[in-house]
Design a protein around this ligand. Structure first.
Ligand code: 5RP
Length: 223
């Protein structure tokens, strides 16, 4: 069993009968979804799920997990998702994919948000290994990019995989992948990006995580 799978199985221990559980997106979240399905099938666990992306919804459905749509709920019990970077104060960088909007809504709505990762995701500061993904309204991208540049941001629109157009998120936004001065801490950056017109959502998850589970060399630790 690899560390991503191990940490996902550990997170599944937090799921109790009757919970509404948010499903993250990515390879670690996939292991969590598979474990929920196994517990439902083999141990009679009863929970309802809500997905942060179409791909996770499809996975949950294919495993016969009960699923509800986001528009039908106003709160959830538990959300479990992976991350691209994690700092010691539990700030996350997320969103290499296209599903930041729902991921942050679920993280905020959850009574408990558990981030799950292997130790490769631990960093000293947000932006250490990845650019910050910033979803922008397509017609505003130039104005928004300019505003972000005045904050010290450097970057550009994310191209699509064929490189013949731009990446479009699940919600029809473009993505600016930006680097900022590493001395600008994640809390300040979070506020500055939140206050930038044209921004739909961004990948810094600050003060949203209740618990971080890290697996390293077959051992899970809680932070
Ligand atoms: C998707 C995410 C993922 O959770 C993040 O990219 C981690 O993915 P993985 O578990 O495959 O390493 O934020 O938007």
């Amino acid at each position: 069993m690899n560390d991503k799978q191990l940490v996902a199985l550990h997170a599944a221990k937090y799921v109790k009968d009757g919970m509404l559980v948010g499903l993250g997106t990515g390879s670690t979240a996939n292991y969590f979804i598979e474990e929920l399905a196994r517990l439902t099938r083999e141990q009679g666990l009863r929970c309802v799920t809500i997905a942060s992306s179409t791909i996770s919804a499809q996975k949950a459905q294919s495993l016969q997990l009960p699923i509800v749509a986001l528009e039908h709920v106003s709160s959830i019990d538990l959300y479990v998702d992976g991350a691209d970077e994690i700092t010691s104060d539990k700030t996350l960088l997320k969103g290499r994919g296209s599903d930041l909007v729902k991921e942050k809504l679920l993280a905020k709505a959850a009574s408990q948000f558990i981030a799950v990762a292997d130790a490769s995701k631990l960093v000293s500061h947000i932006g250490q290994n990845f650019t910050i993904p910033i979803e922008v309204i397509p017609f505003a991208w130039q104005l928004t990019k300019k505003s972000l540049e005045t904050l010290g941001g450097v970057g550009d629109l994310r191209p699509n995989p064929a490189k013949d157009g731009f990446w479009i998120t699940s919600h029809g936004s473009y993505v600016l992948d930006m680097r900022f001065d590493k001395n600008l801490d994640a809390s300040a950056l979070n506020t500055l990006i939140n206050n930038t017109p044209g921004v739909v959502e961004h990948g810094i998850f600050h003060q949203l995580t209740d618990l971080v589970l890290i697996a390293q060399d077959g051992v899970v630790s809680e932070h």
